[in-house]
Design a protein around this ligand. Structure first.
Ligand SMILES: Cc1cc2nc3c(=O)[nH]c(=O)nc-3n(C[C@H](O)[C@H](O)[C@H](O)COP(=O)(O)O)c2cc1C
Length: 412
């Protein structure tokens, strides 16, 4: 039988009756005994952290019930993986409940986690937990570190700040145009990027489309690399000209392959002159390149970056975190914007590892003055979580789908 370990963190809600905690402890212990689920439940007066071990199906069922339990909220999965053996080898669930202020005081007084648990709970339970702690420490799992960081109080930073109805009202769209003045050789769909703090559309991204709405893949299919780069570059003239017709004062993001920029080095200057002739300052044009392409052509890419900067345009790294070595790229140069990939953003409200990654991205972006955009926002929960850690710019179906040859209305 393959054993699994599951760790989650949650916040106690008003529905939790503190007076019934002992009864709650007993029920959980008895129920887990029957299910052959072992582990540890920590409660610091505000947050829960629970380690559960057992059969996968059993854990999944239990976790579903736990997620739906009104006594806590913001249940966030931190770990779910197979383990070779139980880390809590007695057949029960150990429970340590401390009030937050006691815990802080005690942490100041003790040197080790073991000592903390002994002081913290007293009696028989704590000695079992203590031995478990040392047992865990020798194991290979990540759970000792997660438990330790919880006990040391590293969780308080993820405060939820819900988005109120009032805040949602302000997103207003000032620009759209159904009839354009001329036929354009290339068509685009425009997707808004919203600044939820200021309540405005801070940018629109131009996405290449066929006249029947075909995707770029369908359009580029069958083209040679040279033809593809030519189309990539030429189409951006249309993107800028169409955007200029909308007459709005937001910024425009266009996608370009680094290889196209390398093959047509004059294009950056040409696009700048075109934008200026249409009364768009170069700083309102952002060139987006994906992380992967940037790394594949590293040296030439740095030349391109310098050219974009010399022309007064902005640079964004697109699909950040989609699976390439973005960190080394950032160590050497910093873009104006970093767009966090949908794969990282999707489901973040209840996903511990993704939350930790985004917190790290926010921290270094803050230090380096990089603007962060979260892509692929589809749910209010994910949006709220991202806002709570300081993300201000968002793109995704939650706000608006791309609009073919127009800037669509933002959902409010
Ligand atoms: C923080 C927290 C931890 C919980 N841990 C467990 C647990 O380890 N085992 C369990 O059976 N129920 C646990 N529960 C209760 C479940 O959410 C749910 O009420 C229970 O599984 C329903 O069990 P039943 O369907 O057998 O009545 C926990 C609830 C909370 C709020």
């Amino acid at each position: 039988m393959q054993l699994y370990q599951l760790i989650y963190k949650s916040d106690a809600s008003a529905a939790l009756d503190i007076k019934l905690l002992n009864q709650f402890k007993r029920q959980i212990q008895e129920s887990n005994y029957r299910k052959e689920v072992t582990g540890l439940l920590l409660f610091d007066g505000v947050h829960f952290l629970q380690v559960l071990e057992g059969r996968k199906t059993q854990l999944k069922r239990l976790y579903d019930a736990i997620c739906n339990d009104p006594r806590h909220a913001n249940v966030t999965l931190l770990l779910m993986e197979p383990i070779p053996a139980r880390e809590f080898d007695q057949t029960s669930m150990q429970i340590v409940i401390r009030k937050a202020e006691d815990l802080t005081r005690i942490i100041d007084e003790v040197e080790t986690l073991g000592e903390l648990l002994r002081v913290g709970d007293g009696g028989e339970t704590s000695s079992v937990i203590l031995s478990n702690y040392y047992h865990m420490k020798e194991g290979l799992g990540r759970s000792p570190n997660i438990v330790k960081s919880f006990l040391e109080g590293g969780w308080e930073t993820t405060n939820y700040s819900g988005m109120t109805q009032d805040e949602k009202q302000w997103i207003q769209l000032s620009c759209s145009k159904s009839e354009l003045s001329q036929e354009y050789p290339y068509w685009f769909a425009f997707q808004p990027i919203v600044d939820t703090e200021k309540g405005v559309i801070s940018a629109v991204e131009a996405l290449l489309r066929g006249k029947e709405g075909q995707s770029p893949d369908e359009l580029l299919n069958g083209l040679s690399e040279t033809q593809m780069h030519k189309l990539d570059v030429e189409s951006k003239r249309s993107a800028i000209a169409i955007f200029a017709e909308f007459g709005c004062d937001t910024t425009l993001s266009i996608n370009l392959l680094p290889k196209s920029l390398i093959s047509y080095p004059e294009i950056v200057g040409e696009l700048r002159r075109l934008a200026e002739s249409l009364s768009i300052e170069p700083s309102r044009i952002t060139i987006e390149v994906t992380e992967q392409e940037a790394i594949e052509n590293y040296d030439s890419f740095i030349d391109v970056v310098n050219q974009i900067r010399a022309n007064g345009m902005r640079l964004a790294i697109d699909d950040f975190g989609a699976g390439y070595a973005g960190m080394s790229l950032l160590a050497d140069f910093q873009p104006h914007k970093l767009k966090i990939d949908k794969k990282i953003v999707d489901g973040i409200a209840s996903d511990g590892p993704r939350q930790a990654i985004v917190c790290a991205i926010m921290q270094f972006s803050f230090r380096l003055g990089i603007e962060v955009v979260a892509e692929g926002i589809e749910t209010l929960q994910d949006l709220e979580w991202l806002k709570s850690v300081g993300v201000k710019h968002f793109q995704g179906y939650f706000f608006a789908k791309p609009g073919l040859m127009h800037i669509p209305q933002v959902n409010i």
